[in-house]
Design a protein around this ligand. Structure first.
Ligand code: GTP
Ligand code: MG
Length: 230
């Protein structure tokens, strides 16, 4: 996290400014106090479940029924308590459709973390991950926290991307990986909590505190989709 970022402080529920630790808690638009705030962006092909993942995390519900594709970009806030510190995540839900790509490009620069999703029942969404990574490389900050998520693991019968394939790709690019389900809730809170922990540790590391290792944390906490790993 850059020094410039650390020193800038402003209220951000409008969604277009960067916000940081001010030494005393701030009040979010929902009336909740928080100490730190970060921007997290959800990216990936249309239909992989970005909006559903966000709704599951924010409201604990699943948007079943007809698919309403996101137009442009939208955001929701959620305050989490991470190691006793209140962390506000401002989560940007982007449209996966190609025609909105130029809109979303403009938001990458301000993102502190990116959750890159594919759909385990859609091979094309997995094959497109490399293109997404190229785009991220081009538009996002160099030190952005990145995580790869294989969503819809509840649809076991329709699965076409193996967990091992996701793991292999993530390893190749050095990014943490987990499989999720917005429908069942599997690993949804974990994905956001892991990001919040990493960002919190980066921005307020205490002397003598051991370095937080995102990869290790994810490996330890992740739950599998099968009977025996969950
Ligand atoms: N079975 C299952 N279906 C899901 C899951 N997540 C999303 N879906 C379904 O997949 C479809 C697309 O979900 P969205 O969350 O709207 O997809 P999106 O990535 O936001 O798509 P865009 O807004 O077009 O970029 C919807 O019909 C959802 O109900 C999941 O975890 N499991
Ligand atoms: Mg959407």
């Amino acid at each position: 996290m850059s020094q410039e970022f650390q020193l800038k402080a402003s209220d951000t529920d409008k969604g277009n400014e960067t916000e940081v630790f001010k030494g005393r808690p701030s009040l979010s638009s929902s009336g909740e106090f928080y100490d730190l705030a970060f921007k997290v962006m959800l990216v990936g092909d249309s239909g992989v479940g970005k909006t559903c993942l966000l709704v599951r995390f924010k409201d604990g519900a699943f948007l079943a029924g007809s698919f309403i594709s996101t137009v442009g970009i939208d955001f929701r806030n959620k305050v989490l308590t991470v190691d006793g510190v209140k962390v506000k995540l401002q989560i940007w839900d982007t449209a996966g459709q190609e025609r909105f790509r130029s809109v979303t490009h403009a938001y990458y620069r301000d993102a502190h973390a990116l959750l890159l999703l594919y759909d385990v029942t859609n091979k094309a969404s997995f094959d497109n991950i490399q293109a997404w990574l190229t785009e991220i490389h081009e538009y996002a900050q160099q030190d952005v926290v990145l995580m790869l998520l294989g969503n819809k693991v509840d649809s076991a019968q329709d699965r076409v991307v193996k967990r091992e394939d996701g793991e292999k790709l993530a390893k190749e690019y050095g990014v943490p990986f987990m499989e999720t389900s917005a429908k069942s809730g599997l690993n949804v809170d974990l994905a956001f909590t892991a990001i919040a922990k990493e960002l919190k540790h980066r921005s307020m590391k205490l002397p003598n505190e051991p370095k937080f290792k995102l990869h290790d944390y994810v490996k330890k906490e992740v739950r599998g989709s099968g009977c025996c790993r969950s």
